[in-house]
Write a protein that binds this ligand. Structure first.
Ligand code: SF4
Length: 393
């Protein structure tokens, strides 16, 4: 069975999901396999998808029960099917370097543009015991980094047990140490002094804070708080608590009602904010969200042009952040090892897995999962080049 995990967040993700389903159908049916499409897109558009794509054998939204039942059935069907199971070589398993732990799901915030609450529903925490169990299992399997995720991680708390500060402390005390701990998707108004203190003690110096815009008027229409001045104040507090921190953010260009002045405010903010990396998205109206029917919809071509301009500004500013690392000592977690004379590929603590740049290390004979000391010797965009072994004092 080929399983396609889909996303239904924005149109580009929906199109990519459907393309992946179609590719899976071709691939699987040539080989006599079945196709299951699962996840958020299916949760939201199951009936329409099932009508349009009858070639898919199983549709399964966020409740995995039908998928698990089908897998059990397929597994039991293989028992005794002579030679069939043995003909498929087991997949090559790489030791996990970084492991994601979901600490919450859903969101109560209702930003005007966002379909996630429509898909995922209200905010729910994962219990501390379950998170710790997942962390122990990941570390036992060889993970050297735990990445905590959820739509709104900063508000995690378990009544009678404690909040994020305790969770971070308990996770960081797990064995085998050392490993990196990273937290993604901290909403700006959830970052207080207690959390910054906990991050400074337990996590890598990395803060992922979706700011979305800098114009107070646009943020109000988005049903979000803050403005450029408050964002800068937050970034100053983050940098005071976590010296050298890499700040990642996301922005939307072309939100309904965004004027040239609003966009200029956003551009000016990005040039001042010193971000290490940011995702920039042209506004993409999602059916069922309040923003889709707001007056003042920005023409798509203008939203794309603004997003491109903002993306260039982010690239420029971020290049300065990574260039400034040259000469500094870095620990690099290796994701692809190297033999003598080769170049190993990994990440320093300022780079999150899957979404950020890489650090290329010369002069090290290393294996995947090892951490090597290196000194940054250059940067190319969001990637860092480093030489192993030499350590500055
Ligand atoms: S906080 Fe994030 S997930 Fe929640 S509604 Fe806003 S954009 Fe969507």
């Amino acid at each position: 069975m080929v399983i396609v995990n889909t996303c239904g967040f924005i149109d580009a993700a929906k199109e990519e999901s459907i393309a992946a389903i179609l590719a899976a159908v071709d691939f699987a049916h040539e080989r006599g396999a079945r196709v299951a499409a699962v996840g958020c897109l299916v949760e939201r558009y199951r009936d329409e998808l099932a009508a349009e794509l009858p070639e898919v054998d199983l549709w399964c939204g966020l409740d995995a029960t039908p998928l698990l039942a089908a897998l059990r059935e397929a597994g039991s069907g293989e028992e005794g099917a002579e030679g069939h199971g043995a003909a498929v070589p087991p997949p090559r398993r790489l030791r996990p370097v970084a492991s994601y732990l979901k600490i919450s799901d859903g969101c109560d915030r209702r930003c005007a543009y966002c379909a996630i609450p429509l898909i995922k529903g209200d905010y729910e925490t994962v219990a501390a015991a379950e998170i710790l169990r997942g962390a122990r299992a990941a570390l036992a399997a060889g993970a050297k980094e735990l990445v905590l995720v959820g739509q709104d991680t900063s508000r995690w708390a378990q009544p009678g047990w404690g909040g994020l500060e305790r969770l971070l402390a308990e996770l960081k005390a797990l064995e085998p140490a050392p490993f990196w701990l990273r937290l993604l998707y901290l909403q700006p108004d959830g970052i207080d002094e207690a959390l910054l203190e906990a991050l400074s003690r337990h996590s890598v110096p990395y803060v992922d804070v979706p700011l979305q815009h800098a114009s107070g008027a646009v943020l109000r229409r988005m049903k979000r708080r803050g403005d450029g001045a408050l964002h800068l104040d937050l970034l100053a507090r983050v940098r005071a608590a976590l010296p050298g921190v890499a700040v990642r953010s996301t922005f939307i260009a072309g939100f309904p009602g965004e004027t040239d002045e609003d966009f200029d405010e956003l551009l000016a903010f990005v040039r001042e904010a010193g971000l290490a990396v940011a995702g920039v998205f042209p506004y993409d109206a999602q059916e069922g969200t309040p923003a889709a029917t707001l007056p003042g919809q920005v023409p798509a071509a203008l939203a794309f042009a603004r997003a491109a301009q903002l993306g260039e500004a982010v690239d420029d500013v971020a290049a300065g952040f990574w260039r400034a690392l040259v000469g500094r000592s870095l620990d690099v977690l290796i994701e692809r090892g190297a033999k003598a004379g080769g170049v190993a590929v990994g990440r320093c603590a300022l780079q999150a897995p899957d979404i950020d740049g890489r650090t290329l290390v010369r002069g090290a004979v290393v294996r995947r999962g090892q951490v090597v000391g290196a000194v940054a010797s250059g940067s190319v965009g969001y990637d860092v080049e480093a030489d192993a072994g030499r350590r500055n004092p």
